[in-house]
Design a protein around this ligand. Structure first.
Ligand code: AMP
Ligand code: MG
Length: 300
C-alpha cells in the first residue's frame, strides 16, 4: 500500500477538537502500510527534510517548533534520533524537559521552555514541554503544590486557565513566525508493558528504565483523561495536535517526518536573492579570481 501522507496526516490531525475522543484512536494503526515500504519512504523523507531545512536556515525568517508528548516508552527519543538524523545539527536544537529545578519552580510554567524556543531559521524540538504542566502536574496534585503558585490563584479552573494561556502563547508564537507542530505519541498500555519488559531484560536498555515509570504507569488512565482534555482544549488550526498511533515505532516516525515536511513545504521557502548591484560586484570578483594564475599545491 502506498503511503498517502496528505490523507493520513489529515486523519491524524485533530481538526475538530471539541468532538475528539482519544479512545477512538487505535494505537496499533498503520494505514495498511508495511514496514519495508515505510523504510523506503522514510529514507526519501530524510533527504527532503534536509533540503527544506537548509532553505529554512538560509531564508532566516520562519522557525519550526516540534512538540513531542507521550507516555514513558512511547518513542519520543527514537523520533528525535531517526527523523532528525538527516538534518544539519547547526540548524536544529533538541531540548528535553524533566522534573523542574528549584530555579524553574521559581518562575511561571511557561518560563523554562520559552528560553529554549528556536530562533528564526531553526528547527526546535521539545522532548516533553510546557504540556507537562497540565499532564503530570494534573495527575499528581503534589506537584502542583510544589509549584509555589499563590494559593489564591489555584482553584478548580486552573487547568482550563492553563489551557487558555497555552493557546494564547502558541497563537503569539505563530503570529511571530514560529510554526508549531504538536505530536502525541499514542502508545497502548499493553505495548508499554512490552517495552518496559524489554528495558528490564536487555542490559543495554536498562539505563532507560526508571522506577518512576512504574508509578506513572499505575496512573495510565488518569493520564489518558488529562491528554484528552488537553488535546480538546489546545488543538487549534494555528497549532494543531497530531495523535500518532505509536505501537509501531516505524509508523510513528513516518507520520512525524511527513508532517514536518508538509509544514515546511507550506512555507514556500526560497533562498535569499542577491540584489542586482551585489550580483554585479560578485561577477567582477569571480572574473578576477579566474584570472589569477592557479598555484600548484605543494606535495605532502
Ligand atoms: P524522561 O522523559 O523519561 O527523561 O522523564 C522525565 C520526567 O520528568 C517525566 O516523568 C516527566 O513527567 C517529568 N516532568 C517533566 N516536566 C515536568 C514538570 N513540569 N513537572 C513535574 N515533572 C515533570
Ligand atoms: Mg523515561
Amino acid at each position: 500500500v502506498k503511503f498517502d501522507s496528505a490523507k493520513i496526516l489529515k486523519a491524524l490531525r485533530v481538526d475538530a477538537p471539541e468532538r475528539f475522543e482519544l479512545a477512538a484512536v487505535d494505537c496499533d494503526y498503520t494505514a495498511g502500510v508495511d514496514k519495508d515500504d515505510a523504510e523506503k519512504v522514510l529514507a526519501a523523507d530524510k533527504e527532503r527534510l534536509s533540503e527544506l531545512q537548509e532553505r529554512l536556515y538560509a531564508e532566516d525568517r520562519w522557525a519550526l517548533l516540534i512538540v513531542l508528548q507521550g507516555m514513558d516508552a512511547a518513542g519520543k527519543d527514537s523520533i528525535v534520533s531517526h527523523v532528525m538524523s538527516g538534518v544539519n545539527p547547526q540548524g536544529c536544537e533538541v531540548h528535553s524537559f524533566k522534573a523542574p529545578s528549584a530555579e524553574e519552580l521559581g518562575h511561571d510554567f511557561l518560563w523554562r521552555t520559552t528560553t529554549r524556543l528556536p530562533a528564526r531559521g531553526r528547527i526546535g524540538i521539545f522532548n516533553r514541554s510546557y504540556y507537562e504542566d497540565v499532564l503530570v502536574v494534573r495527575v499528581r496534585p503534589q506537584l502542583l503544590a510544589e509549584q509555589k503558585v499563590p494559593r489564591k490563584l489555584v482553584g478548580a479552573s486552573i487547568w482550563e486557565e492553563r489551557h487558555q494561556d497555552i493557546r494564547a502563547f502558541e497563537r503569539h508564537l505563530t503570529r511571530s513566525g514560529t510554526v508549531v507542530l504538536k505530536f502525541f505519541l499514542h502508545l497502548s498500555k499493553e505495548e508499554q508493558r512490552r517495552r518496559f519488559l524489554d528495558r528490564l531484560e536487555v542490559p543495554a536498555k536498562r539505563w532507560k528504565f526508571s522506577m518512576n515509570d512504574v508509578t506513572e504507569r499505575q496512573r495510565f488512565e488518569g493520564y489518558m483523561a488529562a491528554y484528552q482534555d488537553m488535546i480538546r482544549a489546545t488543538s487549534r488550526a494555528c497549532a494543531p495536535w497530531h495523535v500518532v498511533p505509536a505501537d509501531h515505532k516505524w509508523f510513528a516516525r513516518l507520520v512525524v517526518a511527513a508532517a514536518v515536511i508538509e509544514a515546511l513545504e507550506g512555507l514556500s521557502l526560497t533562498y535569499p536573492k542577491v540584489g542586482a548591484a551585489d550580483l554585479k560586484e560578485m561577477r567582477k570578483i569571480e572574473k578576477a579570481l579566474k584570472a589569477q594564475a592557479p598555484r600548484k599545491r605543494r606535495k605532502t
